[in-house]
Design a protein around this ligand. Sequence first.
Ligand code: AMP
Length: 115
Amino acid sequence: MSETIFSKIIRKEIPADIVFENEHVLAFKDINPKAPVHVLIIPKVEIPTITNINGKEHSELLGQLFDAANSIAKEMGVDSEGFRLVINCGKNGGQEVYHLHMHLLGGRPMNWPPG
Ligand code: AMP
């Protein structure tokens, strides 16, 4: 699968409102936010979607994505009230950008079931 707009954001070829970055993970504000806090957390390595994840190969990276989520939630003040992490997978999952990403949504109560 070819690279996505997120690769360009990683290489800083197009702007993004970056809120977290380390060697393996980047996080930036969603351009079309669905909640007062809406951040996308992505691995810098290109993994298109959940079905491309291999536990053995990616376990450390997955831990880093969750560490980043916790750190961002705290930084943005949504850790105590709670927040939602969403990873859309494929057509029925509503995935639009095929570079694995976690949505961190917070700042308002979330509905269940999701749409
Ligand atoms: P998904 O539907 O899970 O693939 O989510 C893709 C998300 O990427 C959507 O919420 C878009 O609003 C967001 N998005 C697309 N392009 C950009 C961009 N250039 N900067 C920030 N967010 C983006």
